[in-house]
Design a protein around this ligand. Structure first.
Ligand SMILES: NC(=O)c1ccc[n+]([C@@H]2O[C@H](COP(=O)([O-])OP(=O)(O)OC[C@H]3O[C@@H](n4cnc5c(N)ncnc54)[C@H](OP(=O)(O)O)[C@@H]3O)[C@@H](O)[C@H]2O)c1
Length: 339
């Protein structure tokens, strides 16, 4: 690759169901020129996240879709290699939203400086970044776990789920995780310290979950939907809170959802058990809670009460396969591409 070229991955076509490598295109472009107030960034790390599947689709959502031919969106950690903003100097490391490319121009106002002496810079994409904040804001604002209560979360080895369980324990609740496969379950139990963990591929997942929650479920932090929700639903206690954070089990679905209409049953339970079900997009809480999150999460990491795991893939060209795998549980920890 020439140092004068920007390597980037654009959306080539919209997927029907499961994305394929053909939905992406790797191309070269000129490195952008910067204007006054801007910096030129060399991207070091790209975050891969489940929401990117939504951006590939034209379906109506909370954010506009990526256009065909446009660079795939994404959070990045980057180095400043040219600056026309006096508050940034060459070599500064910043958090930016530059997407799937090797270089990008950005306005200084859109960047947050990172101090590599404080924490590994990749944590700004995971435990100290958007996914960690999602867990913090969704659990504490909507879930409101109390000492002795039972909190259940799936995708428990990932950046959101692992933080949910560990914060729940810090607040004195029992954390029950759900994850796919023995390796992930061992991580959730042994490293993240959950009180119990269930493998969602176990044919008796529902029975095992019931046994792990003898006092029912007070908070279900919804990350996946699908068959996990079916197992959780009968165990919800009166006044249970359900922050609806994600439904990754259905992101690749196309067309209508199969099966009978279960909405009347759901509404009956919402009423008779006084359930609180509240969806959220993390950014609605950023202005009010972002600074407190960064301070509190940094102190939990420092004192060892929150641990994290990263899964680093080498090379931008491998990002499409890695994102496709993420939607099927092939990642093992916060998925990051090292450029
Ligand atoms: N609302 C917001 O603002 C917001 C912000 C960030 C993330 N989110 C959502 O939070 C959730 C977790 O995100 P993350 O970044 O922490 O992802 P992640 O855990 O790194 O990756 C997604 C995980 O979902 C699990 N999964 C996939 N299909 C599944 C299925 N059919 N049944 C059960 N589990 C399945 C897989 O883990 P296993 O192998 O363990 O099954 C996979 O590793 C996602 O739904 C995401 O969209 C929402």
């Amino acid at each position: 690759m020439s140092q004068f070229e920007n390597t980037r991955i654009v959306l080539a076509s919209r997927p029907e169901g499961r994305p394929t490598p053909q939905n992406f295109r790797l191309e070269q472009a000129a490195i952008p020129a910067i204007s006054e107030g801007q910096v030129l960034l060399k991207i070091l790390y790209l975050s891969l996240d489940p929401y990117m599947r939504g951006r590939m689709s034209a379906a109506k959502s909370y954010a506009a879709p990526t256009d065909i031919g446009q660079v795939m969106e994404g959070g990045t950690v980057a180095e400043v290699i040219e600056s026309r903003d006096p508050s940034f100097k060459l070599g500064d490391i910043v958090l930016s939203y530059s997407g799937w490319q090797s270089h990008a121009a950005a306005s200084g106002a859109q960047l947050r400086k990172l101090d590599p002496a404080n924490a590994p810079v990749t944590t700004a994409l995971g435990v100290l970044g958007m996914p960690g904040f999602t867990a913090y804001a969704g659990l504490l604002t909507i879930g409101q776990p109390k000492p002795g209560e039972t909190v259940v979360v799936a995708a428990a080895s990932g950046p959101v789920g692992s933080a949910v369980g560990q914060i729940a324990r810090i607040k004195g609740a029992r954390a029950v995780g759900i994850a796919g496969g023995p390796e992930k379950c061992a991580l959730v139990r042994e490293t993240f310290g959950f009180d119990a963990v269930i493998d969602h591929r176990d044919p008796d997942m529902a029975g095992k979950l019931a046994a792990a929650c003898p006092n029912g479920i007070d908070v279900y932090f919804e990350n996946v939907g699908g068959h996990v929700w079916d197992a959780v639903f009968p165990l919800l206690n009166t006044f249970a809170r359900i922050p609806v954070c994600g439904l990754v089990a259905q992101y690749n679905a196309s067309g209508d959802f199969p099966g009978p209409d279960r909405l009347p049953m759901l509404m009956r339970e919402v009423l008779s058990k006084s359930l609180t079900i509240r969806g959220f997009i993390q950014r609605e809480f950023v202005a009010a809670q972002g600074p407190a999150f960064r301070k509190e999460m940094a102190s939990w990491i420092a004192d060892g009460s929150v641990k994290y795991k990263e899964d680093v893939v080498q090379g931008l060209e491998n990002a499409p396969e890695a994102l496709i795998g993420l939607l099927e549980g092939k990642n093992f920890g916060k998925l990051i591409v090292k450029l």
